[in-house]
Structures are given as structure tokens and as C-alpha cells.
Design a protein. Structure first.
Ligand code: AHM
Ligand code: MG
Length: 325
């Protein structure tokens, strides 16, 4: 039998490489993994549970909120807000900063998350995911502030996602490579299945919603037309960012959500979606850009800021940037 390394063991072993560390960072990652297991359980019974269905509410980004979104949101806040490791949080599902409840201990990190991305796919049983970014606070003490949350992506201490697919996977980076763990439901543990993930150097798939073709920038149209003329790269678009990025990470290729005439800032959110994916992709040897600038270098000015996103193999991101100049 092969040796099984669980996520918690991996985090613990990694912690030993940082003897000056306090263990808080490891604790937060374990807590996020627990959140992932709880959401995974609910997602898996979405089709039969009463929780299935719409609430009719609309979130700050104008999307319909489903009950599972709320469940995922509450799970993140309940588990991470009470352990004394964070000083503030922000979520795609909430307009402002999420404070740590009065009377609770404050920690030196902030967590930014999208509790359940791609939730419009739930009814069709398509993979969805949770996305997170962890930063060290920049203010000295007291409750966390917007300044702690509005940091550029290169300052992320860790980033990752949990994909609820054919199996549930926890994929993360703490700046030393990308590691993927698959949930073994029989033991309730994430076990290491994807060690030091590196993006294959081949452009296997391109992934974009072509509905917007006629309102894309000319450079993006040219890029896609060239790929089609060549006829070698397959089109794959799930419409669920975590699943689309997961495939891109494992198979190689390019994912994009371009700017359009109507939405020059694109659809995806820099803080909740772009930064985490950019850190993972960069750690796996790829790149992420808004068409001009490295995603990780964008200085955010507001929590729900959007950004065009071109992410995947370095060469492809470079080509798009050149075509957009
Ligand atoms: P959400 O955060 O409201 O779920 O929206 C984000 C999702 C991403 O998962 C996906 O990449 C994108 O929206 C798909 O958008 P579209 O349907 O316009 O292609
Ligand atoms: Mg989202």
C-alpha cells in the first residue's frame, strides 16, 4: 500500500520548515479545509436536500443567490470568524468588510473568499467551487480595516480553491508550489494526490464564453480566430471558474474572461477570483494578466473591483498581451 499523506499532515510537515512560525497559518488552512468538507457534504446532497433551490435574493454583484451560497457563506464566517486567527474577512457574497464578532480574539491575517463560485451551475449538477486568498494584515492592531483587505495579489500568503466535482479537491499554494488533495469520503480526509502541480507547456484547451465575441477587443478576436484557423486547440468552457481553472492547471491552456464594450472591466472580481487563481497559476509556472498588467500587481481600490482575466500558459498570455497593445 502506498503512503497516504493527508492535508493536515502536509500542513504540519510544512510548518516544521518554518520554525519561527506560530502555527496560526497552518491552523487557518486546516480550518478552510474543514469548511470545504462541510460545503462538499451539502453540495453532494443538493439534489435531494430541502436546501436545494433559490432564495430569490440578489447579491452585491447582481447575481441570484441560492441557498447553498448562503450556507457556504455562513460556514466560512462561522468557522474562520471564531478561532482568533483573523482580524477581518471579505466575501463576494457581502458588500462590505466582515468584522470579527465583538469579544472574539483578533489575529494577524485577513481572509478573502468566494464561498461558492459558479453557483448558477448547481441545478445542472455541474462542478462548482470555493476560492480563498489569505493575507497578513498591514495595520498594527485592533479590528482589521479596508487597508488590510485591499492589498495587491503578490502579497497573498496563501491562496487556493476547493472544487466540488466528480470528487472534491483542495488545491492550494503557500508560495512554494501548488499542491492538490482529494477528499476520501471514506475517511473524511483530503489526501495528497497532486504533488507540486506544474502547468503542462502545451496549449491544450482555450476556454472563453464566446457569446461576447462581437464586443471583445480586436486583439482577443484575432487570438481566437488564429487558434481556430490552426485547428489544434480544443474549446472547453464550463462557465464555472474553479472547474475551468482546475482543468487549465492540469491540462495546460488558456482561460479568459475578456473586457467587452459594455463591460470594460470584465465580469470576474479581482479580490475574490482573480488574485487567488493568478497566484496558483503563477506558482504552477503559468501567468495571469488583465491584458496589460500582471493580475498580481494590480493595486485594488475597492472590494468588489472587477478585472478582465487572461490566465494560463505563459506564452498564450504573452500573445494576448501583445495583440491587445
Ligand atoms: P459567480 O461568482 O456569481 O458564480 O460568477 C462567476 C462565474 C465564474 O465561475 C465563471 O467563470 C463566470 O461566472 C461565467 O460567466 P458567464 O456565464 O458570463 O460565462
Ligand atoms: Mg464568484
Amino acid at each position: 500500500m502506498k503512503t497516504t499523506l493527508t492535508l493536515n499532515q502536509h500542513i504540519y510537515l510544512d510548518q516544521k520548515n518554518h520554525p519561527q512560525g506560530t502555527g496560526v497559518f497552518s491552523e487557518i488552512l486546516s480550518e478552510i479545509a474543514l469548511v470545504g468538507k462541510i460545503i462538499s457534504r451539502e453540495v453532494n446532497k443538493a439534489g435531494i436536500a430541502e436546501i436545494y433551490g433559490l432564495t430569490g435574493d440578489v447579491n452585491t454583484s447582481g447575481d441570484e443567490v441560492q441557498k447553498l451560497d448562503q450556507f457556504a457563506q455562513n460556514t466560512f464566517v462561522n468557522i474562520l470568524g471564531y478561532s482568533g486567527n483573523l482580524c477581518a474577512m471579505a466575501s463576494e457574497e457581502e458588500e462590505g468588510l466582515i468584522p470579527i464578532s465583538a469579544g472574539k480574539d483578533l489575529g494577524k491575517y485577513v481572509l478573502i473568499f468566494d464561498p461558492l463560485d459558479g453557483s448558477s451551475n448547481i441545478d445542472a449538477n455541474v462542478s462548482i467551487g470555493s476560492i480563498f486568498s489569505l493575507y497578513k494584515r498591514v495595520t498594527e492592531a485592533g479590528p482589521g480595516t479596508l487597508a488590510d483587505l485591499l492589498q495587491p495579489g503578490y502579497k497573498q500568503a496563501a491562496a487556493g480553491y476547493i472544487v466540488y466535482g466528480a470528487s472534491t479537491m483542495f488545491v492550494y499554494t503557500a508560495g512554494l508550489g501548488v499542491y492538490g488533495f482529494t477528499l476520501d469520503p471514506s475517511i473524511g480526509e483530503f489526501v495528497l494526490t497532486h504533488k507540486n502541480i506544474k502547468l503542462p507547456a502545451v496549449n491544450k484547451n482555450y476556454s472563453v464564453n464566446e457569446r461576447d465575441y462581437y464586443s471583445w477587443p480586436e486583439g482577443v478576436k484575432t487570438y481566437i480566430e488564429d487558434l481556430k484557423k490552426e485547428g489544434k486547440v480544443a474549446a472547453r468552457y464550463i462557465g464555472s471558474l474553479v472547474a475551468d481553472i482546475h482543468r487549465t492547471l492540469l491540462y495546460g491552456g488558456i482561460f479568459m474572461y475578456p473586457a467587452t464594450n459594455k463591460k470594460p472591466e470584465g465580469k470576474l472580481r479581482l479580490l475574490y477570483e482573480g488574485n487567488a487563481m493568478a497566484m496558483l497559476m503563477t506558482q504552477a509556472g503559468g501567468a495571469a494578466s488583465n491584458g496589460q498588467k500582471n493580475i498580481l500587481e494590480i493595486e485594488p481600490t475597492e472590494l468588489h473591483q472587477r478585472t478582465p482575466l487572461y490566465i494560463g500558459n505563459q506564452n498564450e498570455v504573452k500573445k494576448i498581451k501583445q495583440l491587445l497593445q
